[in-house]
Ligand binder design. Structure first.
Ligand code: FAD
Ligand code: DLZ
Ligand code: SF4
Length: 509
C-alpha cells in the first residue's frame, strides 16, 4: 500500500495525488504539527482556520471512503514535524511509497527532495499541483530570455489559455486591461456589504480552544473569528462576493476607508490558498456573472486578472528563482522592523487602522498592505527578511510562495525591479487621495517639515534622494528626480533633516 500525505494547504478533493491513490488500498495522513504552526509566529486566526479546515476536510475524505490517519496537535506520540508523523505511519503500515502533491513552499519541498526518501527508505512520489492555471515549467518557458518580466504580458497568455473574457480570440470589450477605470476613492455613498458570518460547530470550537491554549504568544485575536472552515462555507463566501461585491470591486479596488475591513474585496485568498476553493471555480463564477450581465467588465476583468494574472505570476517567479530570490536585498536595507508592526501602537492613523484590521481579522486588503504598511517599510529601509516574516505571520492567506514575491519584490523592490519595474513608493498624498485616514490623523498630510507633519511626506523624498544611484537609469523615475532637482536647496535640506530625525527615532524605539 501507498501512503498519501495531504498538507494543510492541499484541502481539495481532486488534488493531483488523490487522483493517483486508491481509497480501497492506500491510506492518507494529515497532521497538525508544531514545526508548521511555528516556523513563523502565525496569527492565531490563521492557525485556527487551517486546523479546523483540515479536520473538516479529513472528515469529508472519510465520508468519501478514504482511510485517513489524522494526527491532532498535542496528541500522544508528541510528533513535532510532518516528517516525524510520516516516518511513524510508514513503519506502522510498512508503506511501499509516499505520494504527495508538490508543496507550496520551497522550504518543505526542498527538505523532502533532499532528505525524506533516504530517511524513510521508500520512494517519495511528487505530483505537480495542477490547481494552478500555469505549470511551473510553462512559466519558466515564458520567462526564458526575458530580462525583465511584465505581469501584463503573462496575464494575456493566461487569458488565451483559459478563455476567460475572450471572444473570437480577442479580449472582451477590445481591451485586455480596464485598470484605468479602477482607481476611485470611495464615493461615501455606496454601502459596504456585510460579509457572511459562519456558525461555529464543535470542531471549530475545539480548535479555537486549542489555539488559545497553545499559541497564546502568537499575534492577533480570536474574538472575531469568522472565516469559513469548510468547502461548503467557502462556496457560500464566493457566492456572496459575486452577488454583493463584484459589481463595485473594480471601481473601489484601490480605496481605503477607516474601520472598514474589506470594502468590496472578496476575502477569498485564504480559501484559494488552502484549497477550499480553486482558481478555476472562482474565475468561472466571475465569468458567469459577466455572461449574465450581473457585473461590469472593469470589475470582472480586474478580479480575474488578480487571480490568473498576479497570483499565477508571483508563483511562477517564486519557483523560478528560489532559494536565491529570498536572499536579495538590492537596496541594501539595514533597519529593523519597528515595534509597532507587532503591537499596532502608532499615531499614524493609516498605519494604525491597517494594523487593527490585521490583528483583529488576520486580513488587510491589497492597498493597505502595499501602500500603507508596505510603503512605510520601503521608505524607512526595513531589512527584507524582517518585513517578509511579518507578512508571512500576520495574514490568514500567507504562504511563502505568494507572500515573498509580493513583499520582497513588489513592496521592497529588493529584487532590483525584476517583478515590478518601479518601486511603489508614495508620500502621504497618495494615502490622502485614496482614503479618509488623514482627516483622523495626529499628523498633517499637508506639510513636510513640522513636528506634526505626515512622516510619509519627508520619508518619501529621503528614499528618492538616498537611492538616486539605484534609480537614475530607470526612465519611469525620471520625472520624480526632475521634481527633486527643481526643489530649492534649503527646502530639500529641511525635508531630509526631518526624515533623518524620524528615522533616528525609529532606531531608538
Ligand atoms: P481581492 O482583492 O478580492 O482579490 C482577489 C484574489 O486575487 C485574491 O483572493 C488573491 O487570490 C488574488 N490576488 C490579488 N492580488 C494578488 C497578488 N498581488 N498576488 C497574488 N494574488 C493576488 N496574497 C496572498 O494570497 N497571500 C499572501 O501572503 C499575500 N501577501 C502579500 C503581501 C504584500 C506585501 C502585498 C502587497 C500583497 C500580498 N498579497 C498576498 C496579495 C493581496 O494583497 C491579497 O491576495 C489580497 O489582499 C487578498 O484579499 P482578497 O481575497 O480580499 O483579495
Ligand atoms: C500554515 C500551516 C500551519 C499553521 N500548520 C500546518 C500543519 O500543522 N500541518 C500541515 O500539514 N500544514 C500546516 N500549514 C500549512 C503548511 O505550512 C503548508 O502546507 C506548507 O508550508 C506548504 O509547503
Ligand atoms: Fe497616514 Fe500621513 Fe495621512 Fe496620517 S497624515 S493618515 S500618517 S498619510
Amino acid at each position: 500500500m501507498r501512503l498519501g500525505l495531504i498538507l494543510g494547504d492541499q484541502l481539495t478533493h481532486d488534488l493531483a495525488s488523490l487522483r493517483v491513490l486508491d481509497p480501497k488500498v492506500d491510506r492518507l495522513i494529515m497532521a497538525e504539527v508544531r514545526d508548521e504552526a511555528t516556523y513563523v509566529k502565525h496569527h492565531k486566526q490563521k492557525i485556527a482556520l487551517l486546523f479546523s479546515a483540515m479536520r473538516h476536510f479529513a472528515q469529508e475524505l472519510r465520508d468519501a471512503g478514504w482511510q485517513v490517519d489524522y494526527y491532532e496537535y498535542n496528541s500522544q506520540g508528541n510528533f513535532k514535524s510532518l516528517f516525524d508523523v510520516v516516518a511513524h505511519y510508514t513503519k506502522e503500515y510498512s508503506a511501499e511509497r509516499l505520494v504527495l502533491t508538490q508543496c507550496g513552499e520551497y522550504r518543505l519541498q526542498n527538505a523532502m527532495d533532499r532528505e525524506w526518501s533516504k530517511a524513510l527508505n521508500i520512494p517519495v512520489e511528487v505530483y505537480g499541483d495542477d490547481r494552478f492555471i500555469a505549470t511551473t515549467k510553462e512559466f519558466a518557458d515564458w520567462a526564458d530570455g526575458r530580462k525583465q518580466l511584465r505581469m501584463e504580458y503573462f496575464y494575456r497568455e493566461m487569458r488565451r489559455k483559459t478563455g476567460y473574457l475572450m471572444k473570437d480570440g480577442e479580449p472582451e470589450g477590445g481591451q485586455w486591461n480596464y485598470d484605468a477605470d479602477n482607481r476611485k476613492k470611495w464615493d461615501g455613498k455606496t454601502p459596504f456589504p456585510n460579509p457572511p458570518v459562519f456558525e461555529r460547530d464543535d470542531i471549530d470550537r475545539e480548535v479555537i480552544k486549542l489555539v488559545e491554549e497553545n499559541f497564546d504568544d502568537h499575534p492577533g485575536s480570536l474574538e472575531d473569528f469568522h472565516w469559513a472552515t469548510t468547502k461548503a462555507q467557502a462556496s457560500t463566501a464566493l457566492g456572496f462576493f459575486i452577488q454583493h461585491c463584484l459589481t463595485n470591486f473594480g471601481d473601489f479596488q484601490d480605496a481605503m476607508v477607516r474601520g472598514e475591513k474589506a470594502l468590496f474585496h472578496s476575502l477569498l485568498s485564504p480559501y484559494l490558498n488552502c484549497g477550499l476553493l480553486t482558481a478555476k471555480q472562482v474565475c468561472d463564477a466571475a465569468q458567469r456573472a459577466w455572461n449574465d450581465d450581473r457585473a461590469p467588465l472593469n470589475a470582472v476583468e480586474g478580479f480575474i486578472r488578480q487571480i490568473i494574472g498576479w497570483r499565477e505570476y508571483v508563483r511562477g517567479i517564486y519557483w523560478l528563482h528560489m532559494p536565491r530570490y529570498a536572499k536579495q536585498n538590492t537596496l541594501k536595507n539595514k533597519r529593523s522592523l519597528p515595534r509597532y508592526y507587532w503591537d499596532g501602537n502608532t499615531k499614524m492613523a493609516c498605519m494604525s487602522d491597517c494594523f487593527k484590521n490585521t490583528f483583529d481579522h488576520a486580513y488587510a486588503h491589497h492597498i493597505q498592505r502595499l501602500m500603507v504598511t508596505g510603503n512605510f517599510a520601503l521608505l524607512t529601509g526595513i531589512k527584507p527578511e524582517e518585513i517578509c516574516d511579518w507578512y508571512l505571520a500576520v495574514y490568514a492567506d500567507a504562504y511563502d510562495w505568494v507572500e515573498l514575491p509580493n513583499t520582497l519584490g513588489m513592496v521592497m523592490h529588493a529584487d532590483g525591479g525584476y517583478l515590478g519595474s518601479k518601486p511603489y513608493a508614495a508620500s502621504g498624498n497618495y494615502i490622502h487621495k485614496m482614503s479618509d485616514y488623514c482627516s483622523h490623523c495626529h499628523y498633517s498630510v499637508k506639510t513636510q517639515i513640522e513636528e506634526d507633519s505626515c512622516p510619509f511626506n519627508s520619508l518619501y523624498w529621503h528614499f528618492i534622494d538616498r537611492h538616486r544611484d539605484d534609480f537614475k537609469n530607470n526612465h519611469r523615475m525620471g520625472m520624480i528626480y526632475r521634481t527633486l532637482d527643481k526643489m530649492k536647496d534649503d527646502k530639500k535640506d529641511r525635508i531630509i533633516a526631518r526624515a533623518d530625525d524620524l528615522l533616528s527615532r525609529l532606531d531608538n524605539l
